[in-house]
Design a binder for this molecule. Structure first.
Ligand code: AMP
Ligand code: GLY
Length: 426
């Protein structure tokens, strides 16, 4: 079968790579793809815009594509699934109404509250003045969230009242877009460790994948600015079997029931971002409507079931018949980024050493790269995800770090402490 994968990050490279391990996959097309997907055999990049749905439908019909897998949230929120389904195509990923679970924090919060899903206490405001009075009454620390998609930048964990007030003003002044300027969500500040539970669903059955943790901050010791993620590992030991059993009944089953009750046929990934408190209790911070990045780069290498079996089962509503099998051991990924990220950085630096890293056992997923003639060039803030798989975290992290030491581009930066919480664990 032929598959079309939409997106151009490390997540999409990992999805293409995993699909291509199956002899059943004849060819993968990636729109627009990156330097990594360009070099996979049986994979072809197609330079289309991910929001040009008619062009993708045309490509899918012309090439006889059986399944479209959508990586990023923006085309999902813009209705790529609705459009391609109307053109007779099978699509993995929720429709526009389902994608609101990520695209509107106010909508998602209401759904969680009505469904009885454990989540941070929050209030939605439509006016800046009311939001500010509330914040002054409750004090800092407090969390201010813009509604709508803000590429991960719409959340302020305010440690002072001033910072909270500034965040509210920024939102209502439209700094996160006009849609985001309609609401602000003000939320209690939770403390603990974050864990990502990505689940596959066919709209009826919902099955979690291995829990993963990522390191969001740029600096070692989880300090400094927030990023898209500087490294990740799975399975996260903090998500014990007891916690996962609670998440199944209290979060995943309730979310699917609540979506169904609203007439929403949600098929794809439901990603729950949890905060686990020091006493082991947890609350949902957010839902996403897609695979996580870089979590996918550590979850898929651990997957034993052919990925296309699971994705097709979600689309065809037969997920209860397909068991999800995992390899034993652990996976970890370290992100090599451009110096300066998440602030200003330069692109176009020549990347060396990937073949050497891979010869030593690492798997290198490309996040922001571009193949130009013979040269592989940096093309984003996060450039590569150097991934190791091993019997335990020490082995997986060792392989990732041995790999990354072979890689060079000007101003390369990576954290040396990825997985510090789990290094001694299996
Ligand atoms: P979100 O997009 O809602 O996941 O928020 C982005 C990040 O902000 C999360 O990954 C957390 O690090 C942080 N965050 C969000 N909500 C809260 C909260 N209620 N308490 C503490 N931190 C939060
Ligand atoms: N790793 C966080 C996300 O994918 O949203």
């Amino acid at each position: 079968m032929k598959v079309l994968v939409v997106g151009n990050g490390g997540r999409e490279h990992a999805i293409c790579w995993k699909l291509l391990q199956s002899p059943r996959i004849e060819q993968v097309f990636c729109v627009p793809g990156n330097g990594g997907t360009a070099t996979l055999s049986r994979c072809q990049n197609v330079p289309l815009n991910v929001n040009d749905f008619p062009a993708m439908a045309e490509l899918a019909h012309r090439e006889g594509i059986s399944l479209v897998v959508v990586g990023p949230e923006v085309p999902l929120a813009n209705g790529i699934t609705d459009y391609l389904q109307s053109q007779g195509l099978m699509v993995f990923g929720p429709t526009r109404v389902g994608a609101q679970i990520e695209a509107s924090k106010a909508w998602a919060k209401t759904l969680m509250q009505e469904a009885g899903i454990p989540t941070a206490h929050a209030t939605v405001f439509t006016q800046a003045s009311a939001a500010k009075s509330y914040v002054k009454e409750h004090g800092a620390p407090i969390v201010i969230k813009a509604d709508g998609l803000a590429a991960g930048k719409g959340v302020t964990v305010a440690t002072s009242l001033n910072q909270a007030v500034e965040a509210i003003d920024a939102i209502f002044q439209g700094q996160f877009g006009l849609d985001a300027a309609k609401f602000v969500v003000v939320e209690e500040c939770l403390v603990g460790q974050e864990v990502s539970v990505l689940a596959l669903t066919d709209g009826v059955t919902i099955c979690p994948l291995l829990p993963a943790q990522d390191h969001k901050r740029i600096g070692e010791g989880d300090t400094g600015e927030n990023t898209g993620g500087m490294g990740a590992y799975a399975p996260a030991p903090i998500a014990t079997p007891e916690l996962m059993a609670r998440v199944q009944t209290e979060v995943l089953d309730r979310a699917i029931a609540a979506l169904k009750a609203q007439g929403i046929d949600y098929r794809g990934v439901l990603y729950a971002g949890l905060m686990v408190s020091p006493d082991g209790d947890y609350k949902v911070l957010e839902f996403n409507c897609r695979f996580g990045d870089p979590e996918t780069q550590v979850i898929l290498p651990m997957l034993d079931t052919p990925l296309e079996d699971l994705l097709l089962a979600c689309v065809q509503r037969t997920l209860s018949a397909v068991p999800i099998r995992w390899k034993s051991g652990a996976a970890a990924t370290v992100v090599a980024s451009s110096g300066g990220y998440p602030g200003h950085y330069d692109k176009g630096k020549v990347i060396h050493g990937i073949a050497d890293a891979e010869a030593q056992g690492a798997v290198v997923f490309h996040a922001g790269t571009q193949l130009q003639d013979e040269d592989l060039l940096t093309d984003g803030g996060r450039v590569l995800n150097v991934t190791g798989v091993g019997a335990d975290f020490a082995a997986a992290l060792g392989q990732a770090y041995t790999g990354i030491q072979n890689i060079y581009f000007e101003d390369i930066y990576y954290r040396r402490d990825i997985g510090y919480r789990v290094i001694g664990e299996r």
